[in-house]
Design a protein around this ligand. Structure first.
Ligand SMILES: [Zn+2]
Length: 187
């Protein structure tokens, strides 16, 4: 089951008889139940080493995580995440997983699928439907990713190289290059 769903996190166990097909937002969807647990080496809040049960398991919190569609149904993972309590700092924290960002409900695989689809000529509505997310989510994922590639114009690099050269039909062009990373602009 984990192979079918491309779930590589070793701390996730799919529960027995875990598949349910039921209506969700007006359409049939597949819900798979699983559990995420492990023994933490440290407390995530104060950093104390987990020796002699300083950090102990204390209940679970279930998140509904959107996965890429499996078969013909939109697919969700009802993931029971382990909660931990630290006796050293009296704080609790929740188990982490590699399939979804903290405090987020859209799996990394679904985010990747949205981004791959966004490079095709497809409307936001089509991508949203194929990935079982809202159009707002599709837009947000694309915008977040695009921001990583926005050039930074607010300061000049320490080393700047520039040159002018002739190009098409004898026109002149001006090029300047950031000497540190090789990123160039041409006018
Ligand atoms: Zn602690």
């Amino acid at each position: 089951m984990k192979i079918l769903l491309d779930i590589q996190d070793k701390n996730i166990t799919i529960e027995e008889d875990s598949i349910q097909i039921k209506k969700h937002q007006g359409i049939l969807a597949k819900f798979i139940s699983a559990k995420l647990t492990y023994t933490p080496t440290h407390c995530e809040c104060c950093g104390v080493k987990n020796e002699n049960y300083t950090v102990y398991k204390n209940g679970t919190k279930t998140s509904r995580i959107t996965l890429p569609m499996s078969g013909i149904y939109p697919t969700f993972l009802n993931l029971k995440k382990q909660r931990f309590f630290c006796k050293a700092c009296n704080a609790s924290f929740i188990a982490r997983t590699s399939i979804v960002k903290e405090h987020c409900f859209i799996s990394y695989h679904t985010r990747a699928k949205v981004l791959i689809k966004s490079t095709d000529a497809q409307s936001l509505t089509d991508i949203a439907k194929d990935c079982s997310v809202s159009t707002t989510t599709v837009q947000r994922i694309i915008t977040t990713e695009a921001k990583k590639y926005e050039p930074y114009y607010h300061a000049l690099p320490k080393h700047l190289s520039f040159d002018e050269f002739k190009y098409a039909k004898g026109q002149m062009a001006f090029e300047y290059v950031n000497g540190e990373n090789g990123i160039s602009s041409i006018f």
